[in-house]
Design a protein around this ligand. Sequence first.
Ligand code: ADP
Length: 378
Amino acid sequence: MVGGGQLARMCAPYAVNLGLTLSVLAESSDASAALVVPHAPVGAHTDLEAVREFASHCDVVTFDHEHVPQEILQALVADGVEVHPKPEALVHAQDKLVMRRRLTDLGVPCPAWAAVRSAGEVEAFAGQHGWPVVLKTPRGGYDGKGVLLARSLADAAPWLDRLGDGEELLIEQAVNFERELSVLLARSPSGQASVWPVVHTVQTDGICTEVIAPAAGLDDDLAVRLAGDALTIARELDVTGVMAVEVFEIRGADGRPDYVVNELAMRPHNSGHWTMDGAVTSQFEQHLRAVLDLPLGDTRARSRWTVMGNVLGGDYPELYPAYRHLMARDPGLKVHMYGKGVRPGRKIGHVNVYGDDLDALRERAQHAADYLQGVVTE
Ligand code: ADP
C-alpha cells in the first residue's frame, strides 16, 4: 500500500487474518501504519524511484490516499505492476473537474458547475445560478480545505488571484441540501461489485464528525437509485477497490427526495469506518479482497443501527486512564485509535457503537468521542 496513514493501518488486521503480507511505503517511520506493519520502508509517494522500488516487491499495489501523481501511476503500469485502482479511474478522485465532466457525460446528477479562471466567468455563473457559489480547487483538497462558499466577487477574488498559468477553479451552485449521504461500494478487477447500506455523514465545520448507518428514514426508491447509480459509476470508470460516492440529499422539483453527487473517493473512506464493527465485511477487508480479485464479502449490516463518532485532536488525555473510564462506562463501545500525533481538528481515531436505539447510540458515540478529545471529563 502506498502511504502509511490510518487507512493502511486499519487494513493491517484484516491482512493478518487472511494471511496476506501487507507492506506500506510510509512517509516516516512513525507514520500511523508504519507503527503496526513490519515491512514499512520510508519514502515519499511523490518520489518515482522510491515508489518503483517499493512496487517491485509487491504482487498488487494500492493506496492509502489519492495523492500519488499520475506520472508515477502510469510509470508503474508501464512497468507491468498490478495497480488498483488504475490511474484512469483514480484521476476522478484526484481532480474534481475531471470528475464533474465525466459524471455529467454519464448523466449522473451533479450540482450546476463550470470551470472558471476569471472574475467575469464567476459573475456569469452567479448571474445564472445565483449567489452564493462554491469555489473548489480541483486538486488536493480534504476536510473542506480547498472549498470556499463565496457570497460575492470580493470573496472569490483572492482565489482567482492565486491561480497559476493554465489553472482553473471548479465553481458550483451552492446546493440547499437536506443532509449528506455516502454510498460505499467495492468492485474487483473481474467486475464483481457490492454496495453497503447508504449512510448519513454528519459534518461539523466542514469535517465529518458522525456517521449513521443506515441513513435514518431514507426513501426506499432513492436508496435503490443511489446504489444503482454508484454501481454504474464504478463500472463506467472501471473502479477497483473501495469507492465512496459522497452525495447531497435534496428535494426534487416534484417534492420527492432526490440527490446530486458531491465527490468521489477511491479508497476505504471515513464514511465506511462503521463497517469495522457494524457490517459482516469491513471496508478494509473488502478493499484487500477487491484489489486481489478475490470474491467479495457480504456487505449487510450486523445490527439495526451503527453509529461512528470521529475522535478529533484536542486536549488529548492519557489513553490508559481514558480507556479505564470509557470501557467501564460503556462495555459495548468499540475504540479504534490511529497512533497519530495530535493536532486540533485532525482525525486521530473513531468509535463505533451498534444496537437498536438510535438516539442512545448517538449519545454514546458522541460522549466517547468527546471524552477521548478531552471535551468532557465525566
Ligand atoms: P473535500 O474534498 O475537502 O472533502 P468537498 O467537496 O467534500 O471537499 O466539500 C466539503 C464540504 O463543503 C461538503 O461536505 C459540503 O458540506 C460543502 N459543500 C461542497 N460543495 C458544496 C456545494 N456545491 N453546495 C453546498 N455545499 C457544498
